[in-house]
Ligand binder design. Sequence first.
Ligand code: HEM
Ligand SMILES: *[C@@H]1O[C@H](CO)[C@@H](O)[C@H](O)[C@H]1NC(C)=O
Ligand SMILES: *[C@@H]1O[C@H](CO)[C@@H](O)[C@H](O)[C@H]1NC(C)=O
Length: 191
Amino acid sequence: MPQKKDPRSRFTILDFVQFLGGVLALCCILSYVFTGTSTWGYTGKYLNSQYYKFVVQHQLISHESILFTTDELALYNGTDTNLPIYVSVNGTVFDVSYGRDIYGPDHGRYHLFAGHDYSRVFVNGCFHRKDQWTFDLRGLDEKEAEIKLQSWIKYYRKHPQYWEVGQLQLPNLNNQPIPEECRDGLKLPSF
Ligand code: HEM
Ligand SMILES: *[C@@H]1O[C@H](CO)[C@@H](O)[C@H](O)[C@H]1NC(C)=O
Ligand SMILES: *[C@@H]1O[C@H](CO)[C@@H](O)[C@H](O)[C@H]1NC(C)=O
């Protein structure tokens, strides 16, 4: 004769989900008590819904890397607060929206980089000279440029809150004059 189960003693999936939810909530509360944040101080992209939106739209649905023109990239300079902020280094575009204080139009000290590829300034530090605000690397020491750009690209790739978005189609420079040399740029202590 089959035994009738007492419905109260059945441990269902729903109970399990509720249990997990309880543990999670307790964990968040404890974190809040100890760290003042509900995520044990973690603020990286893996808790950022915008990051997952990007991953779903551009990596899961369409597998193609986004290709920007310079005009398209220019929209992402932080002025339109509905759009993310993008910075391009040597043609690789990064989402730096988390750094709105740094790149945003309201007194961001590196606002010039937002919506642009000013790789030349990443190399020579010539923030004060607008003619240097370009991706044009001609005339720079090639080895120095390669090392510095490589290191900035690495910095953005490894940054916990930033992520790579796509590539910039760099216009042809064949008929453009080579920018003047600039020797009095800011020097990063680490280089
Ligand atoms: C070649 C020269 C330089 C370049 C290309 C450069 C570029 C940058 C960039 C892109 C950031 C933002 C990084 C991020 O998004 O996390 C940054 C941050 C920062 N840089 Fe520079 N930098 C240069 C020189 C300097 C110098 C000489 C100083 C010192 C006066 C300096 C002080 C800072 C500080 C304090 C930050 C932290 C962010 C902030 O508080 O705004 N940088 N730099
Ligand atoms: C940002 O880009 C938009 C569109 O290109 C432009 O109208 C606006 O003036 C720019 N804002 C700043 C602060 O650079
Ligand atoms: C920069 O871009 C050029 C052209 O695409 C490439 O040859 C060079 O290796 C790149 N440098 C770095 C540091 O990514």
